[in-house]
Design a protein around this ligand. Structure first.
Ligand code: NAD
Length: 385
């Protein structure tokens, strides 16, 4: 049965936005629902429905969250509820199909990271967005939205701290054998990628958000501990268009777990150390020795503490919807870290330098992050060597 034509929901809007949550698992319960409830209390949104293939799970989710309409079928929910915004909280292999379905129904989308398992799938989402005024699909990259990141971006934009020169981007986490004994983990088809994709993408995305476009990457990947198809560690060297150079480490083999970004500029080092989220106090700005004390002191004022969180990003997304403008972390802006991850894998698996923009249609890394590389791709998909 064909669904009814999507209503025109582009342009400015005033009343409460009708929101539906797709996927009633861990991140929906732990982060989306609390953020939505906060905005519901402020009169911004109302959560009208949730969807999950697990009927019990979605009924429980709706009962606990005071959500009136549980569904097990996404298209049926879209047809009956006509939400303004759909938040996609399912595993990454479902993101393209569900996001495109919601966009076609006229809803804006807030889709969990990692965006999609390939650039080809991401581009299919972009192609389904509205032309002017939406609907648009934004990716959940909540670490861009804390006040610490905003302050650091402002210091760079003002030029006070000088040019960024050297950066470190570290996601050194620890995942044990029990974690990887769950069948869908560690496999390209179900998890989408290893720690570069699933764990490190947050830190890499934040680094790109602060430092701007990258130009080339050289990388290595290893499978040192776990019985997985994907890597369990990767390292990479990245050059930015600005000339800045970065090292990246994405690991699930590191007992002392930390997420860190350090940016050495001409006149200051700016460093963030946290694990899964940060506040202002997790940032340290260290001035160069010759910086006047008064100027250095002004750099320490991060303003009101807005921790990195789903709430911070959702608040901005809702404001973009009301204004009818493309939200941050959508379109080309939401694609940057997936392109870097794709290039990281291509470089690691083919032993070449990969330049920004080169992975497009016809490149095996455009359609699959493993690129068909022997020794990395599932045996039936290995295509060369
Ligand atoms: N932003 C973050 O910091 C963060 C943190 C954790 C997870 N995530 C991301 O959130 C997404 C979901 O992760 P999770 O940990 O909540 O997983 P989960 O397994 O806890 O939940 C996924 C839910 O999706 C449901 N589902 C499966 N197929 C479906 C379908 N076809 N239609 C509707 N529902 C379906 C499952 O039944 C399950 O309830 C992943 O992309 C993950 O990477 C993001």
């Amino acid at each position: 049965m064909r669904s009814a034509p999507a209503p025109d929901r582009s342009g400015p809007r005033a009343s409460r936005l009708k929101v539906a949550v797709v996927g009633a698992g861990g991140i929906a319960r732990g982060s989306h629902l609390p953020a939505l409830q906060e905005l519901a209390e402020e009169g911004e949104v109302e959560v009208v429905a949730a969807v999950d293939v697990d009927d019990d799970a979605v009924r429980r989710f709706c009962a606990d969250g005071g959500i009136p309409h549980p569904y097990t079928d996404l298209q049926r929910m879209l047809d009956e509820q006509r939400p303004d915004l759909v938040t996609v909280c399912t595993p990454p292999t479902l993101h393209r199909e569900q996001t495109v379905a919601a966009l076609r129904a006229g809803a804006w989308v807030w889709c969990e990271k990692p965006p999609t398992p390939s650039l080809e799938e991401f581009d299919a989402i972009e192609a389904a967005e509205g032309a002017e005024g939406g609907p648009y699909a934004a990716i959940v990259f909540q670490h861009r939205f804390g006040s610490g990141a905003r302050h650091v971006r402002e210091l760079l934009a003002k030029g006070d701290v000088g040019r960024p020169l050297v950066a470190h981007c570290q996601t050194t986490w620890y995942r044990d054998t029990a974690y990887y004994s769950v069948p869908w983990r560690g496999r390209w088809a179900t998890e989408g990628g290893g720690p570069a994709m699933g764990h490190g993408i947050h830190q890499m995305d934040l680094m790109l958000d602060i430092l701007g476009p990258w130009s080339e990457v050289r990388a290595m990947a290893g499978r040192l501990v776990h019985d997985v198809e994907t890597e369990d560690v990767s390292t990479a060297l990245v050059r930015f268009e600005s000339g800045a150079m970065a090292t990246i480490v994405n690991s699930v083999l590191s007992p002392d777990e930390v997420s860190r970004i350090r940016i050495d500029c001409e006149r200051a080092t700016m460093e963030l150390t946290h694990l899964y989220g940060y506040g202002n106090a997790d940032w340290v700005v260290t001035p160069a020795r010759d910086v006047p004390a008064e100027l250095a002191a002004s750099w320490q004022d991060f303003g009101t503490d807005v921790p990195s969180s789903h709430l911070a990003q959702l608040r901005e997304l809702v404001a973009s919807m009301r204004a009818g403008v493309r939200p941050r972390s959508s379109g080309a802006d939401g694609r940057t870290s997936l392109e870097l991850v794709s290039a990281l894998y291509k470089s690691a698996f083919t032993d070449v330098t990969v330049r920004a923009g080169e992975i497009g249609p016809g490149d095996p890394y455009y359609t699959a992050l493993h690129g068909g590389a022997p020794g990395w791709a599932p045996a039936e998909e290995a295509s060369h060597g």
